[in-house]
Design a protein around this ligand. Structure first.
Ligand code: OAD
Length: 230
């Protein structure tokens, strides 16, 4: 089976009602990104960080995967599908996708502030955390999110996957946040690349096809193309 590697961003979850970051009405318009998504912000006001991610979690548990998430899952019958996502939501997993690599962490998880390998999954009926939340060892926890100014531990694995891709697909990302935005440059020369986004960033690469559509519409079109490329 050919290896079909997706690199997804906030746009794939937009039709599930999850706000993107940089579109008009995006999250970073309402909340200063450095307050709620940077290491400095976390050190300055961790209480705000807990509140912010509690709010995002509540929205996430009410959201459902959309047809683009399911279309990726359906391609598993034809391809060895891998998803590298910048998203912290769990909609790829809830759509049944088997292999998902999160570059920027996972909203439904928290980790110990003392032992970062101790990661815990929250449940929909117990998704709020605060400065007082303790893990089973009595240590405080923080959101399992990669804040700006922090390393991206899964990036090297993402790079490997991009290098192995026979076909590489980018969906719903403004391609401004690094290192995630550089995955497209890790593909082997000659690899077909597709980029689905209604408002794509202005990039050009050899073998790049831009599908200027929403994720759900774009995935319908791409699925037909991929059927001819198995
Ligand atoms: P952005 O908000 O920067 O970009 C969203 C992209 O989705 C834009 O290119 C939109 O045109 C596109 N889009 C909007 N609606 C869409 C739809 N229905 N279908 C497909 N595409 C659509 O989001 P990201 O590029 O994912 O990091 O942002 C990257 C990172 O910046 C995030 O992971 C987050 C943020 O700060 C952290 O929080 C660590």
């Amino acid at each position: 089976m050919k290896k079909l590697v997706f690199s997804t961003g906030a746009g794939i979850s937009a039709e599930s009602g999850i706000r993107t970051f940089r579109d008009s009405n995006g999250l970073w318009e309402e909340y200063p990104v450095m307050d709620v998504a940077s290491h400095t912000g976390y050190l300055k006001n961790p209480e705000l960080i807990h509140k912010f991610y509690n709010g995002l979690r509540k929205k996430l548990v009410d959201a459902q995967p959309n047809s683009a998430h399911y279309a990726i899952r359906d391609l598993e019958s034809m391809f060895d599908v891998r998803v590298i996502t910048q998203n912290v939501d769990d909609l790829h997993e809830r759509a049944g996708v088997s292999n998902v690599l999160h570059l920027h962490g996972e909203l439904m998880k928290v980790r110990s502030t003392k032992h970062e390998e101790r990661v815990y999954t929250l449940t929909p009926d117990n998704l709020e955390t605060s400065l007082d939340t303790r893990d089973e060892y009595g240590d405080p926890v923080r959101p399992h999110i990669v804040f700006f100014e922090e390393p991206v531990p899964n990036f090297s694995e993402g790079m490997k996957l991009a290098q192995q891709a026979d076909i590489f697909v980018v969906i719903g990302t403004s391609l401004v946040v690094y290192p995630a935005a550089s995955l497209i440059d890790c593909v082997r020369p000659g690899t077909p690349i597709f980029y689905i986004d209604p408002n794509p960033s202005n990039i050009s690469r050899p073998n790049l096809t831009i599908i200027k559509k929403t994720a759900s519409e774009g995935m319908k079109e791409l699925t037909e193309i991929l059927k001819t490329m198995q």
